[in-house]
Design a protein around this ligand. Structure first.
Ligand SMILES: NC(=O)c1ccc[n+]([C@@H]2O[C@H](COP(=O)([O-])OP(=O)(O)OC[C@H]3O[C@@H](n4cnc5c(N)ncnc54)[C@H](O)[C@@H]3O)[C@@H](O)[C@H]2O)c1
Length: 212
């Protein structure tokens, strides 16, 4: 079953299909995001910069990353609360929910100042907003057995340039970016009864970056 987190009808259709088949949702992971890749091309307007950031991009990214989490929580969370069996909501935030992007990471030495790419403002706003949503939901249905926590991963190394990996690694006490599988146990913990007494927290797994 696929759903589009920006379309309430699409979420409701999936929720109805699950209910009609006699099953229920015990765990909701709000993970969807539009990842605004930081890129730069000499001579073009650098739209990642705050001064140039397009309203349409702001709206599209907030719609998926933040409004989508609200809508899925509204529909699936309400169902978890309604039948009295409770459940778990996990919001996937980011280490950028606890500190601002270090824009020096994205610098291209060959470009003038006004064309320097940056991590867009939407990312910080969405991920910090998800932590607020986490605290709100953690208390809202607590008496119905619905818990909510956030997981804030640091950067996973994928196809980044060697230059970027080296710059970012120098900001991380463990001296490296994360491996995807290093978050698996944390997700299992936060979505299972192993974390039965954890509620409203933002678990930051950033190799110690926020400790520096
Ligand atoms: N990769 C990292 O280094 C990193 C670091 C910190 C936080 N995160 C966060 O972790 C989560 C997963 O990261 P990822 O690297 O796997 O991201 P990704 O971009 O690979 O995955 C995001 C997913 O969201 C889905 N999506 C986008 N719009 C949607 C919509 N309208 N409806 C339903 N689904 C939609 C996409 O199909 C995609 O599968 C994201 O929330 C991301 O912000 C990632």
């Amino acid at each position: 079953m696929l759903l589009d987190v920006v379309q309430p009808e699409s979420i409701r259709a999936v929720a109805n299909e699950i209910r009609a088949s006699g099953r229920r949702v015990d765990i909701l992971v709000n993970n969807a995001a539009i990842d605004p890749k930081v890129t730069a091309e000499a001579g073009l307007l650098e739209t990642s910069r705050l001064e140039n950031f397009p309203l349409a991009q702001w709206e599209a990214q907030i719609a998926v990353g933040l409004t989508g989490a609200f809508l899925c929580s509204q529909i699936f969370g309400a169902a978890m609360a309604a039948d009295g069996k409770g459940g778990v909501i996990l919001n996937i935030a980011s280490d950028l929910s606890v500190f601002s992007p270090d824009q020096r990471l994205y610098r291209k030495p060959e470009l003038p100042e006004h064309l320097q790419p940056v991590k867009p403002v939407t990312y910080s706003v969405i991920k910090t907003g998800l932590v607020g949503l986490t605290r709100y939901l953690a208390t809202y249905w607590a008496d119905r057995g619905v818990r909510c926590n956030a997981l804030s991963p640091g950067g996973v190394q994928t196809d980044h340039s060697d230059e970027f990996v080296s710059r970012l690694s120098s900001l991380i006490p463990l001296g490296r970016m994360a491996r995807r599988e290093e978050y698996r146990a944390a997700v299992q913990f936060l979505c299972s009864d192993a974390s039965a007494y954890m509620n409203g927290q933002n678990v930051v797994m950033d190799g110690g970056r926020s400790a520096w």
